[in-house]
Write a new protein. Structure first.
Length: 244
């Protein structure tokens, strides 16, 4: 569709043995490598790239292959490696990160390593925790502030998140996320991502925001959902159940 030729090179789980794969790469010398990796497979691929002499700045990883544990053991050898980040990546200077350091770690009340605060996986967990809290708070706006929410009420909250820029700024997530609004029909709320690049010691943003091509993705989601619903004999929710 976009003029690329694609070679698919499978790696046997868990991915610690990639010699044969990188022999093929050394022979074919592709213009780019897209690393659809997970866990130890990622650092192994980067080490093999170093050994093979494949330029790391021509390598792009999926978001499962773009956190500190994927590159820190390779260090300078991974310099130039690019990876996809969703609505968040390493954000050591974000207000929420600084708040955590000042409120918890400065008082020796942190429950994890201080140097991980602001890293990719930390921010991913922080964002997930924020969504969990804000979904319940959103439900309480409709069903009663201060009340314990039922599962159905909490679901309504998660399906009606309304996190605009003003709200994100107030929560300390400026620069971490773009606004997100969910619905019964759209549980994702956003389809944006950025590229960040490893400089040997830390990740740095190296692209603007990209939006996924929904003309390709939405039919795939629908087909997968229809297949799952048929296999599990699940009835679709009635339109009236999706009213906000």
């Amino acid at each position: 569709m976009h003029g690329f030729e694609l070679d698919l090179l499978p790696v046997t789980h868990p991915g610690v043995e990639q010699k044969a794969t990188w022999l093929k790469i050394r022979q074919s010398r592709p213009d780019y490598i897209f690393l659809w990796g997970w866990g130890v497979m990622n650092s192994t691929a980067l080490k093999e790239a170093v050994a093979t002499g494949y330029p790391r700045d021509k390598m792009y990883g999926v978001w499962w292959a773009g956190a500190e544990p994927d590159v820190k053991d390779v260090g300078d050898g991974a310099k130039g490696y690019n990876a996809l980040a969703l609505q968040h990546g390493a954000e050591p200077n974000a207000k929420i990160t600084q708040d955590v350091l000042a409120t918890l770690h400065a008082k020796n009340q942190g429950t994890g390593p201080k140097d991980e605060v602001g890293q990719v996986l930390y921010m991913r967990g922080l964002v997930a925790a924020m969504f969990a809290v804000e979904g319940v708070k959103r439900a309480q706006e409709r069903f009663g502030k201060g009340k314990v929410m039922t599962g159905e009420q909490a679901r309504w909250g998660y399906e009606n998140l309304a996190l605009d820029q003003k709200k994100l700024d107030a929560l300390g997530f400026a620069g971490v996320l773009k606004p997100i609004s969910t619905s019964c029909q759209d549980h994702r709320g956003a389809a944006m991502a950025r590229i960040h690049t490893w400089d040997g010691k830390k990740w740095n943003w190296s692209s603007d925001w990209y939006e996924a091509d929904q003309s390709i993705i939405k039919p795939m989601i629908k087909a997968a959902a229809d297949k799952y619903a048929a296999e599990k004999k699940i009835a679709r929710r009635d339109p009236s159940d999706c009213q906000s």
